[in-house]
Design a protein around this ligand. Sequence first.
Ligand code: NDP
Length: 455
Amino acid sequence: MSDAATIVNPATEAVVDVVPNTPADEVDAAIARARAAAPSWRAVAPADRARLLRRFAEAVDGDVEHLAGLEVANSGHTIGNARWEAGNVRDVLQYYAAAPERLFGRQIPVAGGVDITFREPIGVVGVIVPWNFPLPIASWGFAPALAAGNTVLVKPATLTPLTALRLRALALDAGIPEDVFQVLPGQGSVVGQRLVDHPDVGKIVFTGSTDVGTQIMAGCARHVKRVTLELGGKSANIVFADADLERAAAAAPMAVFDNAGQDCCARSRILVERSAFDRFMALLEPAVAGVRVGDPSLDGTEMGPLISAGHRSSVAAFVPEGAPVAFRGTAPSGPGFWFPPTVLAPVAPDDPAFVEEVFGPVVAVVPFDDEADAVRLANDTPYGLSGSIWTSNLGRGLRVARAVETGNLSVNSNASVRYGTPFGGFKRSGLGRELGPDALDAFTEVKNVFIATDG
Ligand code: NDP
């Protein structure tokens, strides 16, 4: 087991940094510090906790360019995306800064006294973060957790710890006490596992693969530990013949190739009504050819490299020799973990690229016969995270949105995530919801108190 992770720029393969892994005994010590800090953090007056979170948001805002540059170098994200991601952390912090003063309970009518509910913090929360969106995904866990009065331990992915470490420095600058928000880089099998196994961590927020998420849920069950899971996806982009086909085809590439397809919401299945199939493919081809793939640090680049050589191999396995490639975009040659945008059609119903999460820039396009067939195909997956519906018939848009078994649907749009609305999956895509007004529920316990007024 290595004592440090060598951080590699995925676009150049140059070494960017070396980050020490946190050993198991230090994880235990950090958990003990977080536990000790919990009573004083929850006792901070609501307005003061709100002020500290707003100051944290301001510190992030002042550091957007720096954070974005780190993410470009560490994760190969395009500079445009990385700026959005750093801005999203600021926005999520600002949004939940309003929460400490609005953690309302209820007064419930009962006989013989007054009944009131409180929303108490859980205690210590562990946030286990994947490598695909290191900045936003960390904040979707830590911001509401801190706002609700919990102390937080963030475990970034081994491949991408740099921005989480920077956020910790910004939190300290903003005045968040040092044991209230800690970042523990290191391996999932050591740091992540310890957060799951340790009885003093009251809640785990995990984003990553469905396999690891399933193990984490089992580990949490041993302690009846609270858990939120955001897992894989195989989302469908459903295009009806009555849609604005030009718009749908122009938008489809970035609905799957954004972040080089390393997105749990990637629409990696495009389902097109049969009567519009040829026209849609004719419109899609130039849109895919036009995706600007290259140096992620340049403004205007739309797609960068994959995260690692190992991940590129697993993506490439979905496009073996003889695969039904309809057309492809471009990718640089030379150093870097590049893979061109790739469109597969026609595919067999059991083609792994149509069935499994690819997590790379590969999409399968499949025709459907009618609305019922579209819904059947969209739901024929163990996943249920996201998806899009393109139609000019609003009634159909709503009907299909209700019928597709996923947590986040967009009609005539490919949007998935807004900090003010709930995000999460049906079926094996996860458990619980992040973001939006209800996320605080996942970081608090409801306490009911009855006060007798008789006698
Ligand atoms: P993992 O699920 O392995 O990793 C996600 C996070 O969990 C990382 O921080 C990882 O640490 C940590 N982890 C790993 N094992 C454990 C464990 N036993 N206990 C606690 N924490 C653990 O994802 P991968 O990075 O391996 O990606 C594999 C595939 O998963 C991708 O190709 C993609 O299909 C899917 N995925 C989906 C994501 C999503 O957003 N839904 C995000 C990332 C991946 P470490 O980095 O040290 O391994």
